[in-house]
Design a protein. Sequence first.
Length: 217
Amino acid sequence: MTPLVSLLGMAAVRLSDPPLDPSGGEARSWLRKELAKPEYNETNPIERIIDWVSRLFDDGTGAAADFPVIGTFAAILVVLLLVVGVGMLASRARRTAQARAGREPALGDESVTAAQLRARAEAALAEGRFDDALVDAYRALAVQQVERGRVDDLPQATAHELAAALGREFPAQRHLVDRSADLFDAVLYGDHPATREQAIDVLALDDELSGRRERAR
């Protein structure tokens, strides 16, 4: 169970109970105790939310004493703010992944031949490991053309830098190469699972660029 689901469950239970009327200090203590758990280690945005909510509790203590329902409203508000905070963290994680995709070498540090990468990709496809199949298929595609001297050996090149080099050599397939680079980044850095069809498409593109067979129309 995720921390957010846990908090939503706590809020639901408290809404079914008689309205609570904690003091400002008690309410702030509850909130800080919950969000101090290890699950909330990466909390820069949420810490700012906690401080803001704490000020709300301090300012609204007198009003809550006269209107107990405000305590329930405050609990709902806290949950909503946490949802926003988690969304901010997820957005930041996506931006970090995109930044990594823009500078990480696509071929890694391995000294592997195109044939070895191709064999790994086909084995992964047969075993249903479509992420591994797509990633190794794209690497096999690039290394194959390096071995044939069609593109320069660029060990530190990103997926899209390799795609640009391949696109200059194979202008008719440029859009397919670019799409394969997009899929490579999405799977390896963006946590987007590959499908069987996508992995097969990248393998088929490797075949086409290598002249092993024509792409099915």
